[in-house]
Ligand binder design. Sequence first.
Ligand SMILES: [Zn+2]
Length: 61
Amino acid sequence: MTDEVRGVGGEKPEPEARGEAEPMNWACTVCGYNVEGELPEKCPDCGASKEDFENVPIPGM
Ligand SMILES: [Zn+2]
């Protein structure tokens, strides 16, 4: 058996692990093209760079 002591002292709570399993959507701010998942190198539709993409929440999740 382990005698675990937690929450005593100045222990900082760990920041939540950002889930890579979390679904993400990227929207091109130039043409409005939507990409699900990973941010592409550039917009397949208008060719805008990935810096022109905006992270948007997936509706209905
Ligand atoms: Zn675009």
